[in-house]
Every structure is written in structure tokens, then in C-alpha cells.
Ligand binder design. Structure first.
Ligand code: SF4
Length: 521
């Protein structure tokens, strides 16, 4: 029976994480670009994709890839993928190789992807490449031959995979994108996809089947680009244009890089088709609910990005300001030897605002070395990275009472190491302040938090004060404090109605997400 071969993906979220090697939980970045007709000969879409992807490197470093379409190319649609960072894709250090690949993948339309595999980082290069995106669906008909790249996580993946297996499909990977790719190809069969109406119908059908977060860019060998975002708008996605090209990216920072200042969010539930140089948009939203991932603002997104019309940097400043306002150590701030120190780099705007709000001196005493983001790597790799991640300026913290400001605390390993660094350098006290609440629940929408047992506050129950006390003991801080839930919502600029907080509250915005969480309980 085919069912016997379906490994239930929700087991990723159990304490034991039996299927940790399956490699499915991921947070990624997608891009797309369409050259306008007058500039199709003078610009190279591969170069623009390379620049766009380079600005999304913080969203994924496991693999990078592009697919480009050129009406001058016999194959029309070609993919180039590499394990590792975007620089590896075109071997930016080797001018001849870069020039040759740029020529080979020159085209008028393209899509791209950076992958952030949280579970498969120990895999061999072959598997990493096999799971790298864009995925290419080969077919003899140009409108049925397509490439697709995806950012998000499908909560009902197991059911969809089962359906496909029962239809007789063979799946090569455990990656959501492959399932979406086959669902799209099934829908494309049914509709007249030479026309925008047919394409809309196909994607409407696919979107109706998916539960979770999904931002997709699709490009067929007829030169049609389709972009869609899930109805709750869980992950950010922007689209813009200048006189030379249209561009799409997971974050606006990437559009800025290629000179696009005129951009907007792809609305939750919106499908955008760019065909023959014309952009056609349609909303498939059936209600007004949104659930933007609040963690994008706290940690994932780049500080200079504008997600759903909110500047990430503004949220981070608000978080620091409000955390400072809530600070209960305030009574002691009159003493001269206090010092606010950010854990670089995400928490810098918050730490500056915190210092301003509390009137405590600010110091860049910790220097971040370029070793990647600790949260995204395997246990072994994470430890190695964390040991090399920060350097300290001892003279600036000696005999100081340090208020260490961090964006979030997940396992607590980074904080623990930083606190030790500060104490070894002569800090007399170290107090940790965090611009997030304790993460207590799994994410089914693309952020692969560690298992319940590994989360620093996963097994601590009780009041906020009790959790803070126990976390402080675990990481050897003199005290620690999380921002309040009200403060977090206020930082996001409202009552929080349009955001997802499921990893804090256990209340999930989609049916399948809630079902998976209830099943674990
Ligand atoms: Fe973001 Fe948390 Fe919701 Fe996942 S559960 S989408 S990390 S807010």
C-alpha cells in the first residue's frame, strides 16, 4: 500500500524529531524579473536575478538557483542551481566563469530562489542540489513546461502527497515545491492555459488545495510569469517596476538593489500574471483575514525591508522603546556604570531605542564576525559557528553592569555564550532583555524552530516572571526580561489582528495548522 511509504511530516515537530533528516522545514527567498520589450536586448535577466538574490541571502544559504526564459534559446527555459550562497551560482570570484554563465543564461524573463534548509544541512551535495530550486517540470508543450520556486511551508503536505501517490505519481523529494509543481501540472491539463483566464483558473484550483504559507513564482516555456501569495499573507512578497523591467522579491530590500523604488506588496491571496509585457492581477481572497508572520519583523527580514507597508526597522525601534518603557530595573538606572549592549546585528535598532528610552549609555561592545546565522544550522555546525560568531571589546564592558539586548531567545545557546564572553571580559553584572516573547509552540508555516525540548522556555510553565527567572538561571544572567505581548503588538503598530503569533500562543490561523498542533498536544 502506498500509504505505508508516506512518512508523516508532522513528526518533525515532535520531541524526538525522528525524521530530522527528511529536510522539509524551510524559510527561503524568491525573486522574479521580466524585462520590458525595449530593454530585452540591452539587459541580461540573469544578472538582475543574481543581484536580487544576493540581497536575500539572509533568507537562505543552503542552495541558490535561477531559471531563465529566452525566446532565442532552443530550450526556452533553463535552470542553473548550486549548493551554497548566491556567489557560488555564478562563481563571482571567477570572471571568466561568471561571464560564460551569464551569457548562457541570458534571457528576457527569469525566476530565482535561495533555500534555507534547516534539517538537511548535513546532506551530501547531490541531495542539496536535488532539493535546490527552481524545480523544472519538463514537458514537450511549452505552456506545460515550467519552472517554479517557492517560499513557505504547506501544513497539509502529507495529505496532498498521499493524493498524488494515489494518482500514481512518483515523488523524488520531501520538498513542498515538488507537490505544488505536480498540483499545478494537474491543473494546467484541465484549463486553456494559453490565456490569462486559463492560468488564473489553474492557480485558483491549486491555491484552494493548499493550507499554509506559500509565495510562488512560476515561469513557463511560453514566457508567462505567474506570482501568487497565500490568502493570509504569512510571508512577505513585493512587486514593482521601473521603465526597464518588472521585478518580484520576498523583500523590498532586493528591489531597492536593482533600482526599483516603485513597488507594492503582492496582496494576500493575489495572483499576478505577466504575459506579453502586460501585468494582470486578480484577488482570490475570500475573507479579509490576514496573518503576517510577526517573527519576520522581529528576526527574519532585513531591517531595511518594508513588509506589508511596515518598515521592519521601525518595528525593531518600537520594540526597543517599549521594552525600555516596561523595564522594571529602571530604579537602578541612575547608577553610572550601566551600559546597553546589543547582540548584533538584528537587535541593534531595538538596543539603540532602548538606550534612548531608559537614558542608559549605549556601547557596541560585541562585534559580529561573518559566520552566518546560528539558528539555521545543524547542531555541530551551530556550535562551531557560535564559538566564532562574536568578538568583544573588553575595555568597554569592564566593571560595567551590562544590559544585553537581543531580538529573541530560542535555545539560549548564543545568549549563554555571549554572557560568558561579557563576564570573562570583566562585566560586573549581565542582564538580558529580549524583544520577543518565549517561543513555546511549533511553526507549521516555514520557520523550523527547534523541538519543544530544545527550546529554552519550552518546558517552563508559570507566569512571565517565573519563566524569566528560570531562563535567567539557565543562561547564567543576573536577570532577564521578555517584552510583554501587549508591547509586541503595539510595536507592530496596532492590535495585532493581522499578524500570526501561533508560536507564542498556540492559536494557529489555518485549520490544518491548528489540527497539527492539537495532535501534538
Ligand atoms: Fe511566524 Fe510564529 Fe506564525 Fe510561524 S508560527 S508564521 S514563526 S508567527
Amino acid at each position: 500500500m502506498v500509504e505505508n511509504f508516506i512518512l508523516p511530516r508532522q513528526n518533525l515537530y515532535t520531541e524526538t524529531r525522528l525524521f530530522v533528516s527528511m529536510g522539509v522545514g524551510e524559510e527561503c527567498g524568491v525573486v522574479a524579473c521580466v524585462l520590458k520589450e525595449d530593454f530585452a536586448e540591452t539587459f541580461n535577466v540573469a544578472e538582475i536575478l543574481n543581484n536580487l538574490l544576493g540581497e536575500l541571502q539572509h533568507r537562505g544559504q543552503t542552495s541558490s538557483g535561477i531559471a531563465t526564459f529566452s525566446k532565442h534559446n532552443k530550450k526556452l527555459l533553463k535552470t542553473l542551481k548550486e549548493a551554497g550562497k548566491v556567489a557560488h551560482l555564478f562563481k563571482n570570484w571567477d570572471k571568466n566563469y561568471t561571464a560564460q554563465k551569464m551569457k548562457e543564461f541570458n534571457g528576457e524573463i527569469g525566476i530565482g530562489h535561495v533555500r534555507y534548509a534547516t534539517s538537511n544541512v548535513d546532506d551530501d551535495a547531490f541531495t542539496i542540489l536535488e532539493e535546490a530550486q527552481p524545480f523544472l517540470r519538463r514537458h514537450g508543450r511549452p505552456w506545460k513546461r515550467f519552472a517554479i520556486a517557492f517560499n513557505g511551508h504547506i501544513a497539509n503536505y502529507d495529505e496532498l502527497k498521499k493524493e498524488l501517490l494515489e494518482e500514481g505519481y512518483i515523488l523524488d523529494t520531501d520538498v513542498d515545491t515538488e507537490v505544488i509543481m505536480h498540483l499545478i501540472s494537474l491543473s494546467l491539463k484541465k484549463h486553456l492555459t494559453h490565456t490569462p483566464e486559463g492560468l488564473f483558473k489553474s492557480f485558483e484550483e491549486v491555491i484552494a488545495k493548499l493550507d499554509g504559507s506559500f509565495n510562488c513564482v512560476f515561469l513557463n516555456a511560453s514566457g508567462d510569469l505567474v506570482v501568487f501569495r497565500d490568502p493570509l499573507g504569512l510571508r512577505p512578497l513585493v512587486i514593482g517596476e521601473n521603465e526597464k523591467f518588472f521585478a518580484v522579491a520576498s523583500e523590498s530590500k532586493a528591489l531597492n538593489k536593482v533600482g526599483i523604488t516603485n513597488f507594492r506588496d503582492v496582496a494576500p491571496g493575489e495572483v499576478v500574471i505577466i504575459k506579453n509585457g502586460e501585468m494582470i492581477c486578480k484577488s482570490l481572497k475570500i475573507d479579509s483575514r490576514c496573518a503576517h508572520c510577526h517573527f519576520e519583523y522581529v528576526y527574519f527580514s532585513d531591517t531595511c525591508s518594508i513588509n506589508d507597508s511596515i518598515l521592519v526597522n521601525d518595528v525593531r525601534k518600537n520594540l526597543g522603546k517599549i521594552l525600555g518603557r516596561e523595564e522594571r530595573l529602571k530604579g537602578r538606572f541612575g547608577e553610572e556604570d550601566w551600559m546597553v549592549v546589543p547582540v548584533p546585528s538584528t537587535s541593534i535598532p531595538a538596543a539603540v531605542a532602548y538606550s534612548y528610552e531608559t537614558n542608559v549609555a549605549f556601547s557596541f561592545s560585541l562585534i559580529k564576525n561573518d559566520v552566518g546565522r546560528g539558528f539555521i544550522n545543524s547542531t555541530e555546525m551551530r556550535k562551531t559557528i557560535m564559538n566564532a560568531k562574536y568578538s568583544i571589546i573588553p575595555e568597554s564592558v569592564r566593571d560595567k553592569k551590562v544590559i544585553l539586548v537581543d531580538d529573541s531567545i530560542i535555545r539560549g545557546e548564543t545568549c549563554q555564550r555571549v554572557i560568558k564572553l561579557l563576564r570573562d571580559a570583566g562585566a560586573s553584572e549581565v542582564h538580558l532583555r529580549v524583544t520577543e516573547l518565549p517561543i513555546k509552540f511549533p511553526c507549521f508555516y516555514g520557520v523550523d524552530f527547534p523541538s519543544y525540548k530544545e527550546l529554552i522556555a519550552g518546558d517552563i510553565n508559570g507566569s512571565k516572571e517565573e519563566i524569566e527567572k528560570q531562563v535567567a538561571q539557565k543562561i547564567n544572567a543576573d536577570s532577564m526580561g521578555f517584552i510583554s505581548f501587549e508591547g509586541l503588538k503595539e510595536s507592530l503598530g496596532g492590535n495585532g489582528d493581522t499578524f500570526c503569533f501561533a508560536c507564542l500562543t498556540g492559536k494557529y490561523p489555518t485549520e490544518k495548522g491548528q489540527e497539527l498542533a492539537d495532535g501534538l498536544r
